[in-house]
Design a protein around this ligand. Structure first.
Ligand code: NDP
Length: 334
């Protein structure tokens, strides 16, 4: 099987995006997100998404020349109008002003609207924690999960990400879907002919299924039963009604189903630890917890798996099937 590097992924992605209507700034922001996903072994949010990005440019749904606009709705609430573009463009625009607002006000919210999110959320919370603030982000999508007790998709797979800054070290980050599995992983399982773990989803008949094609026609299930369903509902509210954007069910009503991301919003809350604690010793205090986790046999911090995948990929490269590579090269040639 051929291997490529994360930089090859960036080059391929950038070329395909430019060939299908992105300007340089938009292509660079999205290609960077794709390259970082490939660098860290997040296959379901790397080049796998490129055909969907291209499809949403071709359909005219997404503005490949977006210029996000940032205004204050309140001293600590930044409204980020994504100008109909992809979310990474908005993230790059908002990271500096949002972290600065958190440091001035103690905490700050980005109400991101009019954007299209198709990536892993750790990218944006890391951008913020690199600026010394703690961050929580969440985003909805199109219906994929039923409410607890139901069988009809209503909530998106609705991920929640959290980053804790560690001065002089990588932040501690977790980033998880509200579903047992991310939908992209189910699509990859369908493509590669793998069964899903029991409990991941139900078929169109409402019965449990491990067949990814059946689950894509039916519904994914929330992790932890009704507890995950409540988190998915919270994400719907925070990334929708709270900030003035679509619920997942509304996103589906207007989406042309072109294979790309629907229009939606994102909720990003940032907190300045110095202000919250009233001193700078929060970092040292948190290390006590991280050390206690690491001291247990078999336990690790979230994010360390991704760091290990990053190290392996830096050494061995990214495996990619020849036919997929040809498809991506064809996209890059326009
Ligand atoms: P995973 O279940 O693979 O991982 C969830 C989190 O748990 C990660 O932070 C992971 O860290 C951590 N973790 C895993 N195993 C352990 C362990 N043994 N100890 C401690 N922490 C652990 O992710 P999901 O399948 O839920 O989501 C995958 C991606 O899909 C996410 O990046 C999410 O943002 C994205 N997504 C995007 C959507 C969108 O609309 N844009 C929709 C839904 C999902 P580590 O990586 O280090 O293993």
């Amino acid at each position: 099987m051929p291997t490529i590097t994360p930089e090859d992924a960036r080059t391929l992605a950038r070329a395909a995006l430019v060939a299908h209507g992105c300007d340089a700034a938009n292509a660079d922001a999205v290609a960077d997100t794709i390259a970082r996903a490939e660098r860290d072994g997040a296959a379901s949010h790397g080049l796998f998404r490129l055909p969907g990005y291209v499809a949403s440019l071709k359909s005219g749904k997404v503005n490949g020349a977006s210029r996000p606009k940032i205004t204050n709705r309140a001293p600590a609430v930044l409204h980020v109008d994504g100008d109909g573009g992809y979310a990474p463009v908005a993230h790059q625009a908002l990271a500096g002003p949002l972290a600065a607002a958190a440091k001035t006000e103690g905490l700050a919210l980005a109400a991101v609207t009019n954007t299209h999110h198709f990536s892993a959320l750790w990218a944006e919370v890391e951008l913020l924690s690199e600026r010394g603030v703690a961050a929580i982000a969440c985003v909805s999508f199109k219906p994929a999960l039923p409410p607890a007790g139901g069988t009809t998709p209503l909530y998106g797979t609705n991920p929640i990400a959290f980053a804790w800054p560690r001065p002089g070290r990588d932040p501690v980050v977790f980033d998880q879907a509200s579903s047992v599995m991310a939908r992209g992983e189910v699509m990859i399982a369908a493509r590669d002919g793998h069964a899903l773990p029991p409990g991941a989803g139900i078929g169109p008949d409402g019965q449990p299924s491990t067949d990814p094609a059946e689950v894509l026609r039916g519904a994914l299930l929330p992790f932890g039963g009704y507890k995950g369903a409540s988190l998915a509902m919270m994400v719907e509210l925070l990334a929708g009604p709270l900030i003035g954007e679509n619920l997942s069910l509304e996103a589906a009503e207007t989406d042309p189903a072109d294979g790309g991301p629907p229009r939606g919003g994102e909720f990003i809350l940032t907190i300045d630890p110095d202000s919250a604690r009233g001193s700078t010793d929060w970092a040292q205090h948190a290390e006590k917890l991280f050390e206690a986790i690491a001291s247990q046999e078999g336990a690790r911090l979230p994010g360390q798996g991704r760091a290990a995948r990053r190290a392996r990929i830096a050494e061995q490269g990214i495996d990619i099937a020849e036919d997929r590579l040809q498809e991506l090269r064809a996209l890059a040639e326009g």
